[in-house]
Ligand binder design. Sequence first.
Ligand SMILES: Cc1cc2nc3c(=O)[nH]c(=O)nc-3n(C[C@H](O)[C@H](O)[C@H](O)COP(=O)(O)OP(=O)(O)OC[C@H]3O[C@@H](n4cnc5c(N)ncnc54)[C@H](O)[C@@H]3O)c2cc1C
Length: 448
Amino acid sequence: MRRPFPAMRRPLGARQLFGNRPANLPLHERENLVILGCGWGGTELLRNIDHTKYNVTMVSPTNHMLFTSLLASTVSGTLDPRHALTSIRPLCAAKEAKYLQATCETIDPKNKSIRCKTAFEAENEEPHVFDVNYDKLVISVGSTSADFGVAGVRKYCSFMKSVRQGVTIRSDIRRLIEEASHPGHSLEKIKQLLSWVVIGGGPAGTELIGELHDFVEEDVKKIYPEIYPHVQLTLIEGNKVLGMFNDDVQARTISKFRRNKIDVKIERTKEITKDEIILGNGTKLKYALAVWCAGVQPLPFVVNMIRSKTLPLDPRGRAIYVDAALRVKDQDNSIYAMGDCAAIEDNPLAQTAQVAGQQGAYIAKSLNQLHDPDIEPPPFKYQHYGTMAYTGKGDAVIAQSGLNLFGKHANMVWRLVYWSKQASRKNMFQVPMAWWMSRTFGRDLSRF
Ligand SMILES: Cc1cc2nc3c(=O)[nH]c(=O)nc-3n(C[C@H](O)[C@H](O)[C@H](O)COP(=O)(O)OP(=O)(O)OC[C@H]3O[C@@H](n4cnc5c(N)ncnc54)[C@H](O)[C@@H]3O)c2cc1C
């Protein structure tokens, strides 16, 4: 019979938690724990795992944790790209974990092994492929941008999911302002070069348009006064801007954007061509930069694993189906999934960093305590600490337990929270320094 998780009832001694095994297990007695992905979920798991009980291996094609909430600030130049990154190596060293810069290609649950491909691209060379065995596997590979079948999105839009993509958008913006400054362009051409569109009015898109507005008003206006009047920022949203906030916040954000001359279009995007965005109502919008922030979908790796029936798909068709303890359904409890790539039975949660981070900490706690297969862990319980978004001009919006905060006070809280959540002491120092530097000396305009 399954017992409730003992930790729920009373604090446990080492013997109850780990049977007769001592806490600090000899290396050969430790189980192999393999973590896929060092994003919000994977990093939190690694930070909380008791490495005296597991031989931990982390597999991820990126060797850093990306603080996605600050990605928009790196695009505008308020922050440097490295300020949103934390190298995973020091944490791996502290946890005596192995790190492999590779992509997991397939999972073989029967033999408890995964096949990985090295993440380095070498010309005319086949990528190195190798297998890693596991006793426990945690999948936390995140998601990828969804285009919802809109024609032209993949071909013509930029995406803002990785630091590389952020750097590309940042460089494109600087190229466009340099190009628009060249002599001989018609006014029409200059206006097109300076027409920058963000598609998707969720927190990421809203923060990006707010950051771009700051960049235009505080830096382009001063350094490029001749082209500044021709810059046009547009936010396109098919449904609701900041849909997770209440109607009042949504209306205030839209009217603030419009006051700041950001063109907000509430209309479905129908098609994107090389130089035009065509909306559902037939409106055609010339653009030079379109950033697609309109949603996420499972990665090809996850889709392949689901198609081959290695992993189950949740009934809503969104992600890997997991039980209340985040164990992949229809498996032998050796595989867990969390974050953007997982969907819990009867408990659909938003795909956010908050959810992924809490799930990482929860799985670490379960793994630290769970050695007895008869012990049933308590279900994962999500604690919502509020939703925040920066909206530009030193303002933010925050919604927490029915309370809404706007403007400068919300911005202070936004900054404090993100400062306190930094994954390294170095970034805790660098991020506020960079905020102060870009305010005092302006944003970096160099292209690299
Ligand atoms: C611009 C932006 C802003 C956001 N702002 C917020 C916010 O303010 N608040 C909030 O709560 N959420 C925010 N989110 C959402 C949040 O970032 C995600 O929900 C969160 O990153 C999910 O965490 P995760 O661990 O599931 O995946 P991720 O953090 O995406 O990490 C996935 C990891 O898996 C690795 N990986 C990918 N494929 C493989 C593979 N095949 N094998 C091994 N490793 C692999 C990746 O390299 C990466 O390290 C934002 C997202 C974006 C893009």
